[in-house]
Design a protein around this ligand. Structure first.
Ligand SMILES: O=C(O)CCC(=O)C(=O)O
Length: 392
């Protein structure tokens, strides 16, 4: 253990780890829990906050100051015509339809987002997931408490990226879990999720992992690079799932459901559970709503895929807004290379005309840095950007 301490962890991480072990009661020092805490000690935590779902049940007319976000960019008006996020057909892609491959390429270059139809995921698995997540958020608060985040682990119910007591909070609750690799799961969470939701979640996360690998494989075709150049990074990927519950708000224009951000990972697959509008993406300086399509997933490129493709595919800022009448639920499933991988732009996408735009970085370093700060735009990518003529 000492060898591990001195070679893998820096000084401050070692002291967090040691204090964790001292603070864990003897009877709960099972090997599984100890190993889990050891890994989590190096990852992000978030300050504990109360449930917004519970707050929104109160007869309030004004939202509490801690949830008021002044100076938000307005969305574009509904009666103006605006460009729509591209819709891509997976079935056509798998039939090697050259036009659809081109459409995929343009969507990833120009939008960083697309809606995927004919995605091949078993509809009964998706439907069970939709029912399960609603029931899970509607459990009595006393039952949900045992799934709440702790000071040491951001997995569970709560909010992410809360780094100070003064920080404005989002008008939403979320439930975050790591699903793959298995050792990244918190033994306190998934095994205690009520049935049949637990089994459905297992099926869903496996199906989405397969879909992610399919999409990355098709992206390599669109990019005209060797399949393994990208796929190797996503072999046995890390997968995390964030279920979002946005309650209605008495002052929707004053709150933020989820702050503008880009996703740190590689590829995100989002399910808009109850088809209530709320997701907006920044395109051409404007916030464009993504209209929920039934039987579609919203797919987006994350920062690590932007890095790997040397900026060819773009990780785009997006946000979630809330409304005054209806709750909104979404499930974002994130995929990225495993923590110990080192990533840099793939060789085929680095040319004399387009030199490297990003530095080489360990996934764990990028991800942990991302988690330690407030969620705000694409600012974390500045850490890895090389300031050459193209990258400016
Ligand atoms: O709820 C949404 O549509 C967006 C969710 C999101 O961006 C996230 O969970 O990172």
């Amino acid at each position: 253990m000492n060898f591990l301490f001195s070679h893998v962890f820096d000084k401050s991480s070692k002291s967090i780890l040691l204090s964790l072990f001292v603070n864990v009661p003897l009877q709960s020092k099972s090997i599984e829990l100890s190993c889990y805490l050891l890994r989590m000690a190096l990852q992000g935590t978030s300050l504990l906050v109360p449930s917004v779902q519970e707050l929104a049940k109160q007869p309030i007319i004004e939202v509490p100051e801690r949830y008021v976000h002044p100076n938000q960019d307005p969305p574009i008006l509904c009666n103006t015509t605006f460009p729509q996020v591209p819709v891509i057909d997976l079935h056509k892609l798998l039939c090697e339809d050259a036009t659809e491959i081109k459409n995929l390429d343009c969507a990833c270059k120009e939008w960083g987002f697309f809606q995927l139809i004919n995605h091949g995921v078993d509809p009964s698995v998706v439907e069970s997931m939709k029912i399960g997540v609603l029931q899970f958020f509607n459990l009595p608060i006393e039952e949900k408490q045992r799934f709440w985040q702790t000071a040491e682990d951001m997995q569970g119910f709560g909010q992410l990226f809360v780094v100070s007591e003064e920080q404005k909070l989002e008008w939403a609750d979320m439930f975050y879990v790591n699903t793959f690799p298995l050792h990244s799961r918190n033994p306190r969470l998934i095994p205690n999720i009520p049935q049949p939701f637990r089994d459905n979640l297992e099926k869903y996360c496996l199906e989405l992992k397969k879909l992610c690998l399919r999409i990355i494989g098709l992206m390599t075709k669109a990019l005209e690079i060797k399949t393994n150049e990208l796929l190797d990074f996503f072999e046995d990927p890390h997968q995390g799932m964030r279920m979002n519950y946005y309650p209605p708000s008495p002052q929707p224009e004053r709150v933020s459901g989820i702050n503008p951000h880009s996703d740190a990972g590689g590829l995100t697959i989002l399910l808009q559970v109850n088809e209530v509008e709320g997701l907006q993406i920044r395109n051409g300086g404007k916030w464009i709503p993504v209209k929920p399509l039934s039987n579609a997933f919203v797919i987006n490129v994350g920062d690590m895929l932007e890095l790997l493709t040397n900026g060819t595919y773009r990780s785009i800022e997006h946000r979630g807004i809330v409304n005054s009448e209806k709750e909104r639920i979404s499930i974002a499933t994130f995929h990225r290379p495993q923590m110990d991988r080192v990533i840099s732009p793939v060789p085929s996408l680095v040319t004399p005309e387009r030199p490297e735009l990003f530095k080489t970085i360990r996934v764990a370093d990028y991800f942990n840095g991302f988690l330690k700060q407030e969620l705000q735009g694409k600012s974390h990518m500045d850490v890895i950007r090389i300031q050459n003529e193209i990258g400016k």
